[in-house]
Design a protein around this ligand. Structure first.
Ligand code: H2U
Ligand code: ZN
Length: 349
């Protein structure tokens, strides 16, 4: 029997942010790929689309008209999943049948008036305006009595169920802390109480030394494939300094966030020479007025593509029923992303 080698042998990896395990099967990534390798999809859109409900001056559902905005534009989601005026109530039979009312506020943020752009094709200064809107919204929603958690996210690409290619993101803010950040609240608190440092501060420092899972870096942020990544090219952007939320970032750090968001998404687009789909979002401390020194701002990117512009990973079978699994290791994925150009493929031809 030869000795265990993480590069060759099936193993489990632990996610300290969620307390979950994932299965890694590196021997399978060595299979020769004989599947289809298709040509990149040409994705050319006009700067203005008269039928787009996010373009400036156009009408949205319900007859509201967008202003002639330039840059960013925020509005309350016309089909909000959470509503501010939900009556408080509860159903609880003590065990099997429990329900609680949930209230909140949902917004849509247009990143640019230009329908044809995406984050990796925008200037860092324009992405910085998006970061500034996130800060304004986080402050405004977070200071609302009703709101105890603000989830800022971007859902990009038709394969992620995104309904519109116009560059945009969303914010869903709620009275309660949702499932994923709630898990991270528990794990980060446990770690901080024991070590007096945030979990991610220690993690990022170790990754900066090891280097094998790094994708991009600037003075204030790191983009890396987490050791415990589930999706083939899953990444995380983490601030080097431990801060609880984006409002606490310095001016330089806010620009740093815009810069690393661009760096990472340029590499994503370059990977399969396609507009790379993902769900991405910030995880931050709750906004219930308490102090959360254990909370460390970070941004998750969950992209489904596996092998080409159309071949994606399915989270099915064993993964639905037992535990998530991956073939290509986090280290191999990081190396592929790291080795890609910093110049967007559309500007490189
Ligand atoms: P997606 O692109 O991820 O589907 O999100 C777009 C959001 O825009 C979606 O939540 C909202 C939808 O409810 N929307 C409006 O608020 N007004 C509209 O006229 C159409 C879509
Ligand atoms: Zn548009």
């Amino acid at each position: 029997m030869n000795t265990f080698n993480i590069e060759d042998h099936p193993h489990k990896r632990f996610n300290p942010l969620t307390n979950d395990w994932i299965l890694v099967s590196p021997h399978r990534a060595k299979r020769p790929w004989q599947g289809q390798v298709e040509k990149a999809i040409v994705d050319e859109r006009p700067a203005y689309d008269p039928s787009c409900y996010l373009c400036a001056g156009n009408e949205r559902a319900g007859g509201k008209k967008n202003p002639d905005y330039k840059g960013t534009f925020v509005f309350t989601n016309d089909f909000s999943a959470l509503l501010a005026d939900t009556p408080e109530g509860e159903i609880d039979d003590g065990s099997l049948f429990q329900a609680k009312s949930e209230s909140g506020i949902c917004k849509v943020i247009c990143f640019s008036e230009n329908h044809s752009l995406t984050i990796p094709e925008m200037e860092v200064s324009d992405i910085r305006s998006v970061v500034d809107v996130w800060c304004e919204q986080f402050e405004e929603l977070g200071s609302n009595e009703l709101i105890n958690y603000v989830q800022i996210f971007e859902n990009k690409g038709a394969i992620m169920g995104c309904s519109n290619p116009h560059p945009h993101g969303q914010i869903w803010s709620s009275s309660n802390v949702p499932v994923e950040p709630a898990k991270e609240s528990v794990t980060q608190k446990e770690y901080f109480d024991k070590n007096e440092k945030t979990l991610l501060e220690v993690y990022v420092k170790a990754e900066l030394e090891k280097k094998e899972r790094l994708v991009a870096e600037n003075e204030h942020f790191v983009a890396l494939v987490p050791f415990w990544a589930v999706w083939p090219f899953e990444t995380m952007i983490v601030s080097k300094r431990a801060v609880q939320n984006i409002v606490q970032l310095t001016d330089g750090e806010k620009t740093g966030l815009a810069d690393i968001y661009k760096q990472l998404t340029v590499k994503y687009d370059n990977l399969f020479e396609t507009s790379f789909a993902y769900s991405a979002g910030l995880h931050q401390a709750p906004t219930d007025g308490k102090d959360y020194p254990e909370w460390h701002l970070h941004m998750h990117f969950y992209p489904p593509l596996l092998r080409s512009a159309t071949v994606k990973k399915f989270m099915v079978g064993y993964e639905m029923l037992a535990t998530p699994q991956r073939d290509i290791t986090a280290e191999q994925a990081a190396k592929r992303l790291r080795d890609l150009s910093d110049i967007h493929y559309k500007n490189n031809k």
